[in-house]
Design a protein around this ligand. Sequence first.
Ligand code: ADP
Ligand code: MG
Length: 701
Amino acid sequence: MATLPILQHEEKIIETVNQNHVVVIIGETGSGKSTQLSQILHRHGYSNSGKIAVTQPRRVAAVSVARRVSQELGVHLGEEVGYAIRFEDRTSHNTHIKYLTDGVLLRESLADPELNDYSVIILDEAHERSLNTDILMGLMKRLVKVRSSDFKVLITSATLDGNKVSKFFTDCPVLTIPGKLYPVEILYSKERPSSYLESSLKTALDIHARQPEGDILIFMTGQDDIEKLVSKLEDKVRALEEGSCMDAIILPLHGSLPPELQVRVFSPPPPNCRRIIVATNIAETSLTVDGVVYVIDSGYVKQRQYNPSAGMYSLDVVQISKVQANQRAGRAGRTRPGKCYRLYPSRVYDVELLDATVPEIQRSSLAGCVLYLKSLDLPDIDILKFDFLDPPSSESLQDALKQLYLIDAIDGNGAITSIGRKMAELPLEPSLSRTLMEANNYGCISEALSVAAMLSAETALLSAPGRSKTERKRKNPVTNLPDGSGLGDHIQLLQIYECWDQTDYDIGWCKDNGLQVRGMLFVRDVRKQLSQIMQKIAKGPLDIRANGKGEEFRKGYRNLRKALCTGYANQLAERKMHHNGYRILGFQAQVVQVHPSSVLKADELGKFPDYVVYHELIATPRPYMRNVCSVEMRWVVPIINKLKTLDVYKLSGGVEHVEEETERNLPDLPKKDAEVAASSDDRESRIQAARERFLARKGKK
Ligand code: ADP
Ligand code: MG
């Protein structure tokens, strides 16, 4: 323990922190920043006047590091040392050291903008440049001015450009902890492999057969690839001749790994056994596994990328940056000299890889971020001029304002509305928050809560750990899950939850239906938490029983779908006249499809509903709407009218464009306006068709 580099600089750190409000600490990954810094400050009395907060961009890192620190201090997790992540708070009144995601700290600052609970805030893993950490940096800059001198901010990072951050914080000191890194030999592939999965497999087996002991760490892009590679490795290792080489255990490591499997990665291997760890970029800097000597670097990472003009996310496998490549290589030299096998030629590294990763703020939808900043209500903060380390593009800020306007979170002048203020209190994306607010008006809050909770846990729901989708299907050939009554996926999610509620939360029922038990229990817990927040916002008791109402009420789920339509006004699609492709309202013309996994039903003519809202629009690489729900045209019309009168300049709180009031020719939204106009003919004929259907029905009666 005493050898961790950061502990050798304890005095220097304390001295610098004593004399400064803000200190940047740069130290090699594994030098002890995440686990030791909080303890050092605690030892020197910094937790006497408040808690020490350490933020992490990743949930799993917050949990894992907190667990480690509680072990080192010999205390129960959740007591002196605890953690808080979205929907899970494991702290108590005597918690001194609190690990939390950057998102949770942002949320806490809504309730207490000065964060008076904390004497020290450590923004850890700042090099990840997560959106939330970037916002926090801006807030901290303000907070150190507002709060008294005993408030300290530390910013730690493995690779961050320290000078840039130091400048941002008016030239605060930068402490660099010299790392103890052994030389790492870099071996490049001659060519880029046709399959990096196969190439990783082969390289790993070669190392295992020929190289001396030492664990292997393989960087893959995501859970799917990891699971595939793990199972291939297991087969191959099992097939190796007995006694031909040492034993090997294969371990996956990624963000959605259940806790009990995560722990395995950190427990030491049995003697004469090599570990092969197959990880996402989570093992790049957030989590350090000891014993790694060989690194296999695919050169790729999975990255979410938002395109503000299309309103669409894409989840792309992209090349890593040079910084990431060096981080990955560095993992091989922590305990002794190591080797890094780059599955790409050196020219790719030299010529193609970007120097640094693009910060998340420049590739995310900013609706949540802007709503948050607007609701802070700080007189000295102006969103569009907010002090960011790297500012987002004005296009994505305007996109965020437009979205918030459509869901009534801000008014036509860009000022936050009372609805917007309430929305910000919910730890959900803006569309779901808005849906909950509206559902409360329509008497279907309990249904909306179930939907929101199910969507918040959705990824964890249907995938049993360590099992591929095909295997799961084989295991559970028939399930009796409800089908959403043809109305769509939100309704199905609601029905699933209600069925489960009627079994009195029977675990066997989940298993019988191929639902992950842990996921469903999580949903129940999330639902409870959301209910509590909603009761607080509504300032009174609500009817939140999951099965509180009769059949009649449920028919057609009209109220719920209406609430969803208001909530997802920024995620609304109109079907093309002659086929089942949809066009997103308010965004660039692009035809998108309903995801094949959707339970949305077509009518007897094979047509999907005219209008749907969707939870997520993602290019994979074809653009699909995931989780869709059918809505009615009469609910959509007011939203279309709103789109027509939208003035993005006014929303920005900027100059008013009086002269353009009549001639709607906004340079930022030319396509959209043309689109609205072009499709109004469509809409006319739809209205006509609906009228005729209505008259026909009336005639029959
Ligand atoms: P940094 O944040 O500087 O990257 P950490 O504080 O996360 O470093 O880790 C410091 C050292 O503590 C690691 O090198 C590792 O040896 C050890 N360590 C951290 N977390 C765990 C854990 N969960 N189990 C075992 N060892 C750990
Ligand atoms: Mg760390």
